[in-house]
Design a protein around this ligand. Sequence first.
Ligand code: NAP
Length: 199
Amino acid sequence: MSRSERRIGILGGTFDPPHEGHLMAARESAAAFSLERVLFVPTGQPWQKDDYSDPEDRFMMVVLATSTDPLLAMSRIELDRSGLTYTVDTLEELRRFYGDDARFYFILGADAALNLGTWVGLDRLAALTDIVAVARPGSDLAGLGGGEAWPEIHRLDVEGLDVSSTALRERLRRGEDLGPHVPAPVAAYIAARSLYLGK
Ligand code: NAP
């Protein structure tokens, strides 16, 4: 690492809702790669999903999840861009903002990492960012691709939390509480806005 190099983590996600697993992936990546901060970037219109919550609700929940930890920050860059959300467009914008001396580490969980081969602009991504593929217990990254046109991929094993946004939405739909893995301000926001009850 050159003396002037800044290392920035980027955690993109639908965050529907954000939970402690996201926070753990961010913090453990920061510790492992000496990241100065991890930028949470909620997707505007994820092109591989049909059903997701209002972007402004997801924005508010990410603010509430990240605002008390100075290591964490968030960006509206994808929420404020029109059209479908492609990560490569986001990283090009962030590159212009941070300049050439910043090194990006785009953090992905195992499922998302295994899907990387389907991403739009994968070859352009390679020049913009490294990838941190976070492996939690039970996840299998054996099928993770790679090659000349791919970004550099670092595997990071984390202890992991057995929590997913999908499981949390299902709990609420069944009338159960959220359990221990949602930051309290996020849980309060979900309750106040009656999110996920009808879905
Ligand atoms: P998400 O469900 O909100 O999750 C965000 C990230 O956190 C994912 O990488 C997810 O990995 C990880 N995660 C979730 N639970 C975790 C836990 N308990 N412990 C550790 N990590 C955990 O986000 P998403 O909808 O998968 O989207 C991820 C990013 O990929 C977004 O920025 C999206 O825009 C981007 N993407 C880009 C393209 C493209 O073409 N450019 C295509 C698809 C996605 P898991 O998937 O393993 O849960």
